[in-house]
Write a protein that binds this ligand. Structure first.
Ligand SMILES: NCc1[nH]cc(CCC(=O)O)c1CC(=O)O
Length: 320
């Protein structure tokens, strides 16, 4: 912990170097500054950029290297070493199990959770030409798009959001699939040709949400972060993550989940969770919808019910 010349605590915020990571970290810092001023806490903030293993090997197929949480390991180490005090993650890139001594201190309000198409000609999924070439490296996206449009040619595309959009032009794709959240955080909503509704493509667990990691024993930070937490987002994402944890899925398997709050009742909010497991070719798409109050229990129930319908066999075939 360090203080500035006025004796105020300087909070060091770690981030990856991608444009999206820098942008969303900056947005979180702006929010924390506002809260800190409002509450008279007098904190100041500093950004520390960290190059992760995931950033260094972007050109290699990540699934081959096989690390869950490839982007997160070095950032967690910096937290444990006290080099940084908080780290902003895209929730969908946050590992299921955080390292001992670390915790998710806040889940801020989620933005649009849906996937979207950025197409060359404008227009939505149904208006893409027969056999159109669509770029995505997510099995979850290709499985569901194939299921809806078996004629599409799904091709792998890697890199940050900006380079994927560039590849739409330079590599002759008709469309690329991206998370709407990333584009809107970057201020590039005007690039979104069409949102892909959740009945076509169930988003990734936690998509559109952020997680803010901190040390468990840092009371000051925990208190500050608690003011940024959004209860609805927190519990819906907890249900989705419990689903993923029960299926033991990493990011390279066609698994999706999306939870919403359907009603507020006297004893707490009622959640609805849709879980999805698909085969990579899109021929099999298993979905299950359930409602419940306890997010962890609901996630587990949806996962178990999908396992009973054969999800375990699909996942075993992929080797996920
Ligand atoms: N897998 C990369 C990634 N991680 C988080 C986002 C942005 C969306 C979000 O915060 O959920 C993206 C880009 C994308 O999937 O298009």
């Amino acid at each position: 912990m360090s203080n500035n010349s006025n004796g105020q605590r300087v909070i060091v915020v770690g981030t990856r170097q991608s444009a999206l990571a820098l942008t969303q970290t900056g947005q979180v810092i702006d929010e924390l500054k506002r809260i800190s001023e409002q509450e008279g806490l007098g904190y100041t903030f500093e950004i520390r950029k960290i190059v992760t293993k995931g950033d260094r090997i972007l050109d290699v197929t990540l699934s081959k290297v096989g690390g869950k949480g490839l982007f997160v390991k070095e950032i967690e180490q910096a937290l444990l070493d006290g080099e940084i005090d908080i780290a902003v993650h895209s929730m969908k890139d946050m590992p299921f199990q955080l390292q001992e001594g670390l915790m998710n201190g806040a889940t801020p309000r989620r933005v649009n959770p849906l996937d979207c198409l950025v197409t060359k000609e404008g227009g939505d999924l149904d208006s893409l030409p027969q056999g159109a070439r669509v770029g995505t490296s997510s099995l979850r996206r290709s499985s569901q798009l194939k299921n809806r449009r078996p004629d599409l040619q799904l091709e792998s595309i890697r890199g940050n959001i900006d380079s994927r959009i560039r590849k739409l032009e330079t590599e002759g794709f008709d469309a690329v699939v991206l998370a709407a959240a990333g584009l809107s955080r970057m201020g590039w909503e005007d690039r979104i040709s069409a949102l892909i509704p959740e009945d076509v493509c169930i988003p990734a667990v936690g998509q559109g949400a952020l997680g803010i990691e901190c040390r468990e024993n840092d009371e000051q930070i925990r208190e500050l972060l608690s003011l940024l937490n959004d209860r609805e987002t927190e519990i819906t994402v907890r249900a989705e993550r419990s689903f993923l944890g029960t299926l033991n899925g990493g990011c390279q398997v066609p698994i999706g989940a999306y939870a919403t709050i359907v009603s507020e009742e006297a004893d707490g909010p009622l959640l609805e969770l849709t879980g999805m497991v698909g085969s990579p070719d899109g021929e099999t798409l298993l979905k299950e919808i359930k409602r419940g109050k306890d997010p962890e229990k609901l996630g587990k129930e949806v996962a178990e019910s999908l396992i009973a319908s054969g999800a375990d066999r699909i996942l075993a075939e992929i080797g996920g």
